[in-house]
Design a protein around this ligand. Structure first.
Ligand code: HPA
Length: 281
């Protein structure tokens, strides 16, 4: 695909969204991972747009991912655009397609992107149900959404990733957790391609490499946001202990169940964070 094609495809989605929600100018984007979609229900004056109605917008086949944009106002004031569900490379999408939705959000003019996911806990200090602020990541997925021709009008060929997770946003997440008395771990998220879960040997390797939590998403969106100059905050929900750390077999059922159990605490953290973020934007 030519680089100018990418921009016109992004802009076609932006135009559709603007038609459906005239005058709506989101300040924050929020990508809600497995089982964490319920937060979007708290927004006021919602407009819902199924991904199927957006040109080129990839659709998720994963259970627990609704597959729609929800636009609305947080606490009646802050315009927010949320994605209920995302796609992954393991579903068969090309790298650029996996990054495409985050590009659309960034192109709409958001000032901050909050990425969330379900992840397996590698750090032995983590418990199932913990939330983890992502401080940095390891991209071991084997792909990068920026591969292909670069459109310099979107972003640079070689974007800096030194502060991929914005330090000021991270500090605001810590503050929000303290105020809400939510236990918030911190750590490095490693992304693998999946869709098989890891082996215990892989988890030992990943720990040695400096990873605290493992998943199959998020990194492409963060890379795209860095490319487009949008600041990111990341939250993982530790839905299970990574392979080899518990006697239990890993299953998507456990992942969904834990995310569902944690969703109220998660919502409280995100609500407080957004309130503070709204004041600073
Ligand atoms: N591994 C990879 N991805 C995951 C996990 C895991 O243990 N839990 C939730 N997503």
């Amino acid at each position: 695909m030519a680089s100018s094609d990418l921009l016109s495809r992004i802009d076609a989605c932006v135009a559709t969204i603007r038609q459906r929600a005239p005058g709506f100018a989101p300040k924050v984007g929020l990508i809600l991972g497995s089982g964490l979609g319920a937060f979007a229900d708290s927004l006021a004056r919602r407009v819902v747009i199924p991904y199927a109605e957006l040109p080129d917008f990839p659709r998720s086949s994963v259970v627990g991912h609704a597959g729609q944009l929800v636009l609305g106002f947080h606490e009646g004031a802050l315009p927010v655009i949320t994605m209920q569900g995302r796609v992954h490379a393991y579903e068969g999408y090309q790298p650029w397609q996996v990054g495409f939705p985050a590009r659309v959000l960034c192109r709409l003019g958001i000032k901050g992107l909050i990425v969330t996911n379900a992840a397996g806990g590698i750090n032995t200090a983590f418990d199932v149900g913990d939330l983890m602020a992502i401080t940095d990541h390891l991209n071991l997925s084997g792909f990068n959404p920026l591969v292909g021709p670069n459109d310099d009008s979107i972003g640079p060929r070689f974007p800096d990733m030194s502060h991929a997770y914005d330090p000021a946003f991270l500090a605001m997440l810590r503050d929000a957790a303290a105020v809400e008395q939510v236990k918030l771990q911190e750590g490095v998220y490693v992304s693998l391609s999946g869709p098989s879960y890891e082996t215990p040997a892989e988890i030992r390797m990943l720990r040695t490499l400096g990873a605290d939590a493992v998943g199959m998403s998020t990194v492409p969106e963060v890379i795209v946001a860095a490319h487009m100059g949008v600041k990111v905050a990341g939250i993982s929900c530790i839905t299970n202990l990574a392979a080899g750390l518990s006697k239990q077999k890993l299953s998507h059922h456990e992942v969904s169940e834990t995310a569902d159990r944690v969703k109220d605490v998660f919502s409280r953290l995100v609500t407080r964070f957004l309130s503070n973020l709204g004041k600073s934007l």
